[in-house]
Design a protein around this ligand. Structure first.
Ligand code: PRX
Length: 637
């Protein structure tokens, strides 16, 4: 169904999808089970903005994962779960078993008074229950919002408040490498900071560590499941009913809740999964992302399960208990498609070839990359040493907001080129614009990446603030969705993503707003002002460089080192360890224009260690501060 088999087939499908998008997507949607068929495929305008797909269509996404497929492959493995500790047995969960667990938990949620439209926060580690929780919400029509379990209590509380969540699903603890991490206590702290919308907390037992349970509010997952029926009639959803909210960073300090709806997201994640990875029945597919990110939503849970695939979920980290763990898991479960981030590839590359030597990796057919630009060296290492020169590398470009992969090779079909995401998927109409929004036509052009026609899995709004959605994505260039990425189209018409052109940085594939990190730094009582920029980092892609103005050090009675550590810890506490600055430079001022705007361009150059082209700084309000910053950063005069 809907599978492309050749490059000619791709061009043919692409043409069809552009000439008549409605007919094209309707033919994909016809593969699914709709309780009531749609009246109209699409209504849209980018001014409001509005994009509605499969209008008045009624369905439930979990019926399309389970009921639609149970007769043909109820016994097929849906999820292989590989625990953090290789000595703990892996779990193989069939479609039927997963169906029963989802139905049972759907009944549990309903018994706790959670109904269609309610928001449910999921703060769980990479255990099968995370997928069960998401699908059970979808089954009853509750809107899930997964928060990466490495985010801090403050970050979790902000998200709970923003969407007024009614319940939180969590675990007692989390295993990560040789560490045991507290999870429930973070939820407790978050709830003490939020405003009482949460009535129920359901705790899954994983580490069995001692935790406190609040009577009346907190319940054990396994106890609630006892006696709950494994049958459940799915709620009927409108195609445009919200499926989930996922918070992501933007240029402003406050993360925004990206909203995805049901019908369009379903068909696009399915279609893109099948075509990009060229998945065949019986293949074992592994995406190493966390379910807390969009990659985990679209390409661990929804896309693969809608396609009847076997999807592997890994609880651990790439280097535990040894740096060959990924390769060990690939051989152990005979993984055919492997999908990871450049930052993981670079980190493993740093261990050399030895960790690879004990493994055959002969099951691999396709290698995927996602989350950040992949440098040529990492691409070649991945291709030559992991793929043994015989597996296509699919460099997949997309975003939380796009819901699914938009630009990528189709494995084994699109000729690849290192560092290039290559060509758009059918239905995707990318355009490159200059700073004024003029479309740059033809090949060999560079500019800002926009999309000029809606696709089924595009974001619908930012939760509770539609104007913010319009401002962020649809107001910069009239008539286009603006991605925030710079891009080049080469002489072959291939796309190469150049990175963000806004104040978003990408650290180890994790998206972070510079303003968000600055706000966290400014929470330290001795900080007066700060400015954060990204700088090239060998493993992480980008690192975080913070310039901070503090109160007089002597008065603070701290050494510079102590103060810097306190600042880093403050960020970790407010956002989470992933946002910790790599470098903190204490300065007496920040370069500003006469209108008071911080000149980040200068700070970026200093952070890169390249001050050869700072441009004219004489028009600054305080040009003398640039010399001080350069000296403090260790750049010779
Ligand atoms: O800058 C692009 C980069 O990641 C951003 C989206 O981040 P997020 O919403 O967290 O989603 C990550 C997973 C889809 C993009 O704006 N990005 C993502 N994939 C690539 C990429 N940059 C270059 N090449 C990619 N393949």
């Amino acid at each position: 169904m809907s599978r492309i088999h050749s490059l000619g087939g791709y061009f043919h499908e692409y043409q069809k999808s552009v000439q008549n998008p409605e007919a094209f997507w309707a033919s994909v949607a016809d593969n699914f089970y709709w309780r009531k068929k749609w009246d109209k495929v699409l209504e849209w305008n980018f001014e409001e903005p509005k994009a509605e797909w499969f209008i008045n269509g009624k369905l439930n996404i979990t019926e399309n994962i389970f009921e639609r497929q149970l007769f043909t492959h109820g016994d097929r493995t849906a999820i292989i779960w590989e625990p953090n500790d290789p000595n703990e047995p892996a779990e193989h969960i069939s479609y039927r078993e997963l169906y029963e667990r989802v139905c049972q938990f759907a009944n549990v949620l309903q018994a706790k008074g959670i109904a269609k439209g309610d928001r449910v926060m999921i703060y769980l580690p990479m255990i099968p229950e995370a997928a069960v929780a998401m699908l059970a919400c979808a089954r009853i029509g509750a809107i899930h919002s997964v928060v990466f379990a490495g985010f801090s209590a403050t970050a979790l509380a902000d998200r709970i408040k923003d969407c007024q969540a009614k319940a939180v699903l969590t675990s007692d603890g989390n295993y990560r490498g040789n560490k045991t991490i507290e999870v429930k206590s973070v939820v407790d702290e978050a709830l003490s900071m939020s405003d009482g919308s949460v009535e129920t907390v359901i705790v899954c037992q994983r580490t069995k560590q001692a935790i406190s349970m609040t009577a009346g509010r907190d319940h054990w997952w396994h106890e609630l499941c006892q006696g709950a029926s494994i049958e459940h009639k799915a709620e009927e959803m409108d195609s445009e009913d919200m499926l989930f909210i996922l918070y992501t960073s933007g240029s402003t300090g406050k993360p925004k809740g990206v909203v995805h709806t049901t019908g369009g997201y379903m068909i696009y994640t399915y279609y893109s999964f099948k075509n990009v990875f060229q998945y065949n029945p019986g293949d074992v597919y592994w995406c190493t992302a966390d379910v807390g990110w969009i990659t985990g939503h679209s390409y661990i849970v929804y896309g693969p399960l809608l396609a009847g695939a076997t999807t592997l979920m890994f609880e651990g980290v790439p280097t535990y208990p040894h740096p060959g763990r990924f390769w060990e898991v690939i051989d152990k479960h005979q993984v055919n498609q492997f999908y990871t981030a450049p930052t993981a590839i670079r980190a493993l590359q740093a261990f050399g070839l030895e960790p690879l030597q004990d493994y055959k990796l002969s099951s691999l057919k396709t290698l995927g990359s996602v989350g950040e630009p992949i440098n040529e060296e990492a691409w070649r290492w991945y291709h030559d040493h992991v793929g043994k020169d015989r597996c296509p590398v699919v460099d997949t470009w997309w975003q939380t907001e796009t819901g699914g992969i938009l630009i990528s090779p189709l494995s084994g079909i699109t000729p690849t080129k290192p560092t290039y995401a290559t060509l758009p998927l059918p239905g995707i109409q990318p355009v490159i614009v200059d700073a004024e929004g003029n479309e740059l036509k033809g090949n060999s052009v560079e500019g800002n990446l926009c999309i000029k026609f809606p696709w089924p899995s595009m974001l619908r709004t930012t939760y509770g603030d539609h104007e913010r959605c319009r401002q962020t994505y649809f107001a910069t260039y009239k008539g286009y969705y603006f991605t925030g990425d710079g891009v080049k189209r080469d002489e072959d018409g291939y796309y190469r993503i150049l990175g963000r052109v806004d104040d978003v940085i990408n650290v180890s594939g994790h998206r972070m707003g510079t303003a968000e990190v600055e706000n966290a730094i400014n929470e330290h009582p001795l900080v007066i002002e700060s400015a954060v920029v990204g700088f090239p980092h060998e493993i992480k892609g980008q690192g975080i460089y913070a310039y901070v103005i503090c109160e007089d050090l002597e008065k603070t009675q701290r050494t510079e080192e102590v103060l810097k550590k306190e600042i880093i810890d403050t960020v970790s506490k407010i956002i989470g360890p992933i946002a910790k600055p790599d470098k903190v430079l204490l300065v007496s001022g920040l370069p500003k224009t006469r209108s008071g705007k911080i000149m980040r361009r200068i700070l970026r150059k200093v952070a890169e260690g390249d001050v050869s082209s700072l441009g004219d700084i004489s028009t600054l309000l305080n040009p003398e501060v640039v010399e001080e910053i350069k000296t403090k950063a260790g750049i010779p005069a």
